[in-house]
Design a protein. Structure first.
Length: 279
């Protein structure tokens, strides 16, 4: 349980080489800090477990590649690299994105069960962080900046909750429990389905998916399906509260409402020529 700091004094490339670390060769349960050099650290299956990994803005190099991610497991990764690209995988209890560059390849989390994250926290994200297909992800908390993008691809399994606050998230995988959007922006795509969606605090949801939303509550925000070009999508139950807007004015007139919308205030928009029954 030693704290070791990356120096890159050896070959500057091999993550597990002791000569690249002050304090010697990384071992299980260590805290590893990478916050200097502009090295191109090679991807590898390190076999390390119990690692606390901290990558700071003082590191301006790259990590791994699109074909070989750097893989290690641990309770926490704190990621705020000053580099343009990092390719990581591993099993993490908490993965925290706390800053970084505006690069579109800022962070790439491998698309396989090699990437299993219980809690993904994203704050002050300026670039693009991608969670690829076949990764396993349970809870997402995205806050801090709208200028970056957290991109959750299709085929990500295990998603239970997604919380978006003053952040921008793209979601192409289904969520089994709750999505909350407050003062942030979420765009759904593909076949992403959501069990319960709550929009509040000037949040915006662009629903471009064919997936079903079982329960929709709009308190003080906007649900916009105007760009949805799927064959159809279904909303099972919807409640629109004061300050909320339910936008179903799609170009293809493809929204299906399983049950009457409960209007508790707010507004609803439907395609021109629609018949609306008010009860």
């Amino acid at each position: 349980m030693t704290t070791r700091t990356w120096s890159g004094a050896g070959d500057g490339v091999t993550f597990t080489s002791g000569s690249n670390w002050s304090g010697g060769t990384p071992a299980n349960d260590d805290t590893l800090i990478v916050n200097s050099t502009s090295a191109a650290i090679a991807g590898a299956a390190t076999g390390l477990t119990g690692i606390t990994l901290k990558i700071g803005s003082g590191f301006t190099g790259t990590i791994g590649s699109s074909t070989t991610h750097l893989d290690l497991d641990g309770p926490e990764c704190v990621f705020a690299s000053g580099g343009l690209a990092a390719y990581l995988s591993g099993t993490w209890t908490n993965f925290r994105i706390t800053g970084g560059t505006t690069s579109p390849t800022f962070l790439d989390l491998k698309g396989s069960a090699d990437t299993t994250i219980t809690n993904l926290f994203s704050s002050r994200l300026s670039g693009t962080a991608t969670v690829n297909s076949s990764a396993v992800l349970t809870n997402v908390f995205a806050t801090g900046l709208r200028s970056g993008l957290l991109d959750i691809k299709s085929g990500v399994s295990g998603l239970a909750t997604v919380t978006v606050g003053n952040a921008t998230v793209s979601l192409a995988s289904s969520v089994s429990s709750t999505v909350e959007v407050f003062d942030g922006e979420l765009t759904t795509s593909g076949t992403a389905a959501i069990a319960s969606l709550e929009i509040d605090g000037d949040g915006l949801v662009r629903h471009e998916s064919s997936g079903t939303i079982t329960s929709l509550d709009i308190f003080d925000g906007k649900f916009d399906a105007s760009d949805n070009e799927s064959t159809s999508f279904t909303i099972t139950n919807a409640n629109v509260h004061v300050g909320g807007l339910l936008g179903l004015d799609t170009a293809l007139n493809n929204a299906i409402l399983s049950n009457p919308v409960s209007m508790l205030g707010g507004q609803i928009r439907v395609p021109v020529g629609s018949t609306v029954l008010i009860a």
